[in-house]
Design a protein around this ligand. Structure first.
Ligand code: ATP
Length: 582
């Protein structure tokens, strides 16, 4: 574990090395100071004041040295801890920012947020809180045993025999805490995810009357967490720690009984025996403290393992000359693209070109792979084979900044940051002038929202944009995309029904966004599909038909069936509504 921490600390590794050296020296001095209690107590009990003062002097000198070094150790511990925090955050931040966007699902986000907060703090607490205790637990008793050989070899031998047994008990405790910690961590992560899900799905849960009866998944997660917490207390605390304490007490009792046996057999004098037994009591405390720190060390190790897991997740590869290629017209092309989220292939041999400044509609039944195609343009994941080109360049030969400068997304699940409407729009281009901002706001019809609100553009949108309606949130996200002014727009048309007024305003906003831009849209509305320059009709990850609406209707194939079915179901819905209204 120390090796891993040294690796993480990079340039600052010498600070941790110095800290370890000083801690070991302090532990040795402590062991020597404990051991010198034997001649000191012996001199006291025998009334040999000359010897007594001599040993008091030596003890005082050692303790003074220990005090100074201990102070330096504490200061170095703080420095190491701060450096470790900075390095961990830096490395995690650097790596996470290079991971594919598709990696960030709800579960990963929950786990990363725990790891970057409590996880990092548990690791960085190691130099200040655990290192000293652990080194004391092993080095101090080892020094005491060695020096005990000088005073009474038989007692030292008993202590030496007890050492591996105590070590075994320590490893056992650590293994138990390790197992329970893993269970507690996954239970906590699951609960955190379920709580977020519970908050986000309130409307659906309420609509189905599930709130009062409880949300089964959250209930189950909470029960699992309580069980995991209980087993942490029972197994980690009571059983693991108890087992270790019992073993240490057993070792102490063995030394005590051996000492008494030697004393009864007159092999050692009473004063020497008392002094040695005092030493034996001092030998126990560091071990007990070590056991308490052992569980914490295991938690640190588990957090380091979780961080390693993130570090081993392959970042998006960038070729050495990424960013060098000159970008052409803002077209998008897929050439024989194959892709699967896991082993199952989702897209099979997809080839098409969305010409610059045209509209391509991706159409097809649910699960056909439409959204996946838009995500691949934005390089949420890397494909298994083939090429995805944006502005004539393979996305793998572009830097993330270069690719993102070409794209704007308006996805269905619009997320607004807690802040004002103005801040949310400006996020696309913080250096935009007031005039550019106002223009984007006007084109996206956000002015209509701002005019209704007391604080206008400076109205807080709430966590995730909760103070705005779905249509309003979408218009703010369109304003963001207009302000960004990227030449290619990826749009996942909302499937959810908006009220008529919002629908019209969103359509107006989209029209402003897509004028003179290349648009790839996952289209659900019939009028959007019919207006496209090109329709790509997908089924089960294959392009089955492509062309204009007229051409495909004429061909009377799968698209024509799909279109008729959609038109019929829409007609039926309108008809039923009309009937209800009558
Ligand atoms: P819809 O119209 O319902 O949104 P779609 O045509 O956009 O469907 P995709 O969302 O691209 O379809 O999904 C294509 C397939 O990939 C589906 O079988 C889906 O279950 C699977 N899929 C989508 N996202 C993931 C993911 N993150 N991990 C694993 N499989 C996924």
């Amino acid at each position: 574990m120390i090796r891993r921490l040294l690796r993480v600390m990079g340039d600052d590794a010498p600070v941790l090395r110095r800290l370890i050296t000083l801690t070991v020296v302090c532990a040795i001095l402590q062991g020597v100071a404990f051991s010198l209690l034997v001649p000191l107590v012996q001199a006291l009990l025998e009334g040999d004041f000359q010897q007594l003062w001599l040993w008091i002097g030596v003890e005082a000198a050692i303790l003074a040295g220990f005090g100074i070094l201990n102070y330096r150790t504490k200061m170095l511990g703080l420095t190491s801890s701060m450096a470790l925090t900075a390095h961990l955050w830096q490395r995690l931040g650097d790596h996470i920012s290079k991971l594919p966007l598709g990696w960030f699902n709800a579960e990963k986000v929950g786990s990363v947020s725990r790891l970057t907060s409590s996880g990092v703090f548990s690791v960085t607490g190691f130099p200040t809180q655990m290192l000293g205790t652990l080194v004391n637990a092993f080095v101090t008793p080892a020094v005491v045993i060695v020096l005990m050989f000088l005073f009474e070899w038989r007692l030292a031998l008993v202590a030496l025999i007890a050492a591996p047994i105590v070590w075994g008990a320590y490893r056992g405790t650590v293994a138990i805490v390790d197992y329970v910690d893993l269970r507690t961590h996954s239970a906590n992560t699951r609960t955190a995810n379920r709580i977020i899900e519970f908050a986000q799905t309130q409307p659906i849960l309420r609509a189905f009357g599930r709130v009062s009866k409880g949300y089964k998944l959250l209930d189950e997660a909470l029960v699992a967490q309580r069980k995991a917490d209980n087993s942490m207390i029972t197994w980690g605390g009571a059983i693991g720690d108890g087992m270790f304490r019992l073993t240490v007490q057993g070792a102490f009792t063995a030394i005590l009984l051996s000492g008494i046996a030697l004393g009864v057999g007159s092999s050692i004098g009473a004063t020497e025996l008392i002094a040695l037994l005092i030493l034996a009591t001092r030998f126990v405390q560091p071990l007990m403290d070590g056991a308490a720190a052992g569980g914490g060390v295991r938690t640190v190790r588990n957090n380091l393992n979780r961080m390693d897991h993130i570090f081993h997740t392959k970042p998006l590869s960038e070729t050495a000359d990424a960013g060098q290629a000159t970008l052409g017209d803002p077209a998008v092309s897929f050439e024989a693209v194959r892709f699967g989220y896991d082993k199952r292939e989702i897209l099979h041999d997809i080839t098409f070109t969305a010409q610059a400044r045209t509209m391509t509609a991706l159409v097809g039944p649910s699960g056909a792979g439409k959204t996946t195609i838009t995500r691949l343009v934005a390089r949420f994941w890397d494909i298994s084979s083939g090429v995805v080109k944006v502005a004539g360049v393979d996305v793998r030969d572009m830097t993330a900044e270069q690719l993102m400068s070409q794209l704007s997304f308006v996805f269905q699940d619009v997320y607004l940051f807690s802040g004002t409407i103005r801040e949310n729009v400006l996020m696309a281009r913080p250096d935009a002038t007031e005039e550019e901002l106002k223009n984007a706001i006007r084109l996206a019809r956000v002015d209509e929202i701002a005019n209704r609100l007391a604080h206008g553009l400076d109205t807080q949108v709430g966590e995730g944009g909760s103070a705005l309606s779905g249509g309003e949130r979408q218009r703010v996200s369109i304003a963001r995309a207009i302000l960004k002014d990227a030449p290619i727009v990826l749009l996942d048309e909302a499937t959810a029904a908006l009220d008529a007024e919002n629908e019209a305003l969103v359509q107006e906003a989209l029209h402003a966004l897509t004028t003179d831009r290349t648009l790839i849209v996952v289209a659900h509305r019939l009028q959007t599909i019919a207006a496209a320059d090109q329709i790509i009709f997908l089924e089960q990850g294959n392009i089955v038909e492509w062309g204009t609406h007229q051409k495909l209707i004429k061909a009377d194939g799968r698209y024509a069936d799909f279109w008729r079915e959609r038109s019929r179901s829409l007609g039926w819905r309108l008809g039923s509504r009309a009937k209800i209204q009558e």
